[in-house]
Design a protein around this ligand. Structure first.
Ligand code: DOR
Length: 429
């Protein structure tokens, strides 16, 4: 379907554009962007007055549990959740069963995603075989098969010599390594952040040093090897300082933050809601303040959801026994608009951190409205206030700590490669 998105506020950070304009989509590509464009014959006109027309959003950190744990999420349900949340590109972590540590797994993931056709699914390959942290996976083969980065996410690459070899090897392919920065000797047996809230809750906590120490060590190995290093779900003020310093040193370092680490503190765990059990854990207010400031000033390049679905089997248990993780694809835009409402960052910066920023972290050729690019477009209504009801989500899982929150706006239309994959208000019918 050809589309004429008329008179929206077009925000395209890659082209430094923020102005009232039309976007015309033809044959699955961005055909024109400009003022008062003529409607091509047969195109459907969408009145975007009052709405933001942005490049399709990019999430470089999701867990779709496919293969292996499809009862939590499979690739089609994950992609449906992505489309509903305004995402047209998502990058899937390899902690599936089997682990995505070889080409056959990557091939299957890509085939499943193509069949679903709701968003672009770009797999991330494992750093080590079976995520065991010992022997390197077939990184070259994974790269060739279409993996856009490597990570043992869920687990850190703990052994320094393994990290060194992985960075050296991945450098040959210009492939970023995404680190889950957690010192296991400090996190073992813990289920939240260490501090007064953990004392109050009577739960074992892990200190800031668990994340900060690992990143500090890693950065020296990055300096040694010159390999590209991306910090997953950065959550502490100390990690912000380390990344800021590393960037000032000119190291090839990038970082992401999740919407939940931008909004919640460890106090949320005191109600024992297992959807607040997540790795890294929700931190303190001073950490939330630091990651917010770092997102605004660009020290943190990207917002990534770390969408981590778990079923009631893993979550309807005592807090300490619950699997860590929460779902994020369908609340991300609303939560980021809330940050804009609170004055933490302006709207163009927010869009940049959900499009251009993440695309750059992994060198993905997406996240722009450039003429000729695949027509991945998200229309956001920043004033369509709504109340979170996880039971209405497209995701198969319900582990959402934002249930009942009032959010200021959301994605109302998602176009992937020129096809409408989410149309909340039936704007195109
Ligand atoms: O809370 C988390 N859950 N953090 C991770 O790094 C992994 C994820 C998962 O796979 O459930």
């Amino acid at each position: 379907m050809d589309l004429h998105l008329r008179r929206g506020r077009v925000i395209d950070p890659a082209n430094e554009l923020d102005e009232p304009a039309d976007v015309v989509i033809r044959d699955g590509r961005i055909d024109r962007v400009g003022r008062d464009l003529a409607t091509p014959s047969g195109a459907v006109v969408v009145d975007c007055d009052g709405m933001v027309v942005a490049p399709g959003l990019v999430d470089i950190h999701v867990h779709f549990r496919d293969p292996g744990f499809e009862y939590k999420e499979d690739i089609p349900s994950g992609l449906a959740a992505a489309a509903a949340g305004g995402f047209t590109t998502v990058c899937g972590m390899p902690n599936t069963k089997p682990v995505n540590d070889q080409r056959t797994v990557t091939d299957r993931m890509l085939a499943r995603a193509r069949e679903a056709g709701l968003a672009r699914y770009l797999p991330i390959g494992a750093v080590t075989k079976k995520l065991e942290g010992k022997e390197l996976a077939e990184i070259g083969e994974l790269h060739e098969a279409g993996c856009v980065a490597i990570s043992d996410d869920g687990m850190p690459v703990w052994d320094a010599s393994v990290l060194r070899r992985a960075l050296e090897y991945a450098r040959g392919f210009d492939l970023p390594l995404i680190q889950h920065a957690e010192d296991p000797t400090l996190s073992q047996g813990t289920c939240m952040h260490e501090g007064p809230a953990a004392t109050r809750a009577g739960l074992p906590g892990q200190p800031h040093a668990c994340e900060d120490g690992m990143i500090a060590r890693d950065l020296e190995i990055v300096a040694l090897t010159g390999g590209r290093y991306h910090v997953a779900h950065l959550s502490t003020a100390g990690a912000v300082r380390l990344v800021r310093d590393a960037k000032a040193r000119g190291l090839p370092v990038t970082a992401e933050v999740t919407p939940h680490h931008l909004h919640l503190t460890d106090a949320a765990c005191c109600g024992y809601d297992t959807s607040t059990r997540v790795n890294p854990p929700l931190r303190e207010q001073s950490d939330v303040d630091a990651v917010r400031a770092a997102l605004a000033d660009g020290t943190i390049d990207a917002i990534a959801t770390d969408h981590a679905p778990h079923s009631s089997i893993e979550k309807d248990v005592e807090f300490a026994y619950a699997s860590p993780g929460l779902i994020g694809l369908e609340t991300s835009v609303g939560l980021i608009l809330k940050l804009v409402e609170e004055g933490v960052l302006d709207l163009p910066t927010a869009i940049a951190r959900m499009t251009l920023g993440p695309a750059r972290c992994l060198s993905l050729d997406v996240g722009t409205l450039s003429v000729g690019a695949p027509a991945d477009v998200t229309v956001v209504d920043p004033t369509d206030a709504w109340k979170v009801d996880a039971n209405a989500f497209r995701s198969k899982s319900r582990n959402c700590p934002f249930q009942g929150w009032e959010l200021p706006g959301r994605a109302v239309l998602t176009v992937f490669e020129g096809r409408v994959v989410h149309d909340l208000r039936k704007l195109t019918t």
